[in-house]
Ligand binder design. Structure first.
Ligand SMILES: *Cc1c(COP(=O)(O)O)cnc(C)c1O
Length: 244
């Protein structure tokens, strides 16, 4: 255990996000932090709720399912940010308030069907592939205009913006290029009549670059909750293809 508390880390990350906004000449009010609680149990999340947090990102459907009941009294908005299999769309349609990892027409169709059955409408972000790594999830940018056209008529999903994961590299310029690409795709979409203003990009290790490129939301796990017991390959099956 480290000596600092969840509150200290939350205060610290808010300060760092604020400085990144100032460095980028942006108003901190434009940038939201989405706490990513994956691998952390109900007790820790309840403590975070005590700090005023009520929206949490999860990478796996199974974790949302496990945490939902024990925290039902907290009024949490669960945000799905990880790869979503179509056969798990029903759980998400029932329990999540938002999906940021909508990355293919088949998944959109499955979610739409399940949301209709639940009588629910949710916000979605389209996850776009902004690097040339062959195995990453995310929609091919060339398919984005057509996908947004299709979703425009869908009453169960309100498309609010775009999401991406930067390439896995230590080169800041390459990472920043991914974030810039997402912003340009958003601007292009706007020019074609699709108002998708939100940009969910940046994590504990690279959020200042994302903020410099226009992120409206940064997804922060480690810097708030501490390091996770399992390696990232467990949560990002694209880095571990045999587990798909
Ligand atoms: C885990 C995760 C994050 C947060 O990562 P940290 O490096 O711990 O901040 C952000 N986005 C997605 C999709 C994740 O799975």
């Amino acid at each position: 255990m480290t000596a600092d508390s969840l509150r200290d880390r939350w205060d610290a990350i808010r300060g760092r996000v604020e400085s990144a906004c100032h460095d980028a000449g942006r108003d901190p009010a434009e940038v939201t932090i989405l706490p990513v609680s994956k691998t952390f149990g109900p007790e820790v999340i309840r403590e975070a709720v005590g700090l005023g947090l009520h929206r949490f990102g999860e990478n796996k459907v199974q974790e949302i399912r496990e945490k939902y009941e024990p925290l039902a009294d907290c009024g949490i908005d669960w945000v799905m940010i990880g790869h979503l299999q179509t056969n798990k769309a029903g759980v998400v349609a029932r329990l999540a308030t938002e999906v940021q990892s909508l990355d293919r027409p088949k998944l959109a169709a499955a979610l739409d069907r399940q949301l209709r059955a639940e009588g629910r409408t949710i916000d979605v972000l389209v996850q776009v592939k902004t690097s040339d790594e062959p195995s990453k999830y995310g929609l091919d940018p060339a398919q984005l205009p057509g996908f947004l056209d299709e979703l425009a008529d869908c009453p169960t999903m309100r498309v609010r913006g775009l999401m991406t994961l930067a390439i896995n590299t230590s080169d800041p310029e390459t990472i920043r290029g991914c974030f810039r690409r997402l912003r340009l795709l958003r601007d292009e979409a706007a020019a074609h009549g699709h108002d998708v203003p939100r940009l969910s990009m940046g994590m504990s290790g690279d959020f200042p670059l994302a903020i410099a490129e226009g992120a409206t939301e940064v997804r922060i796990g480690t810097a708030i909750f501490g390091s996770r017991p399992l390696p990232d390959s467990y949560y990002w099956p694209e880095k571990n293809p045999e587990k798909n």
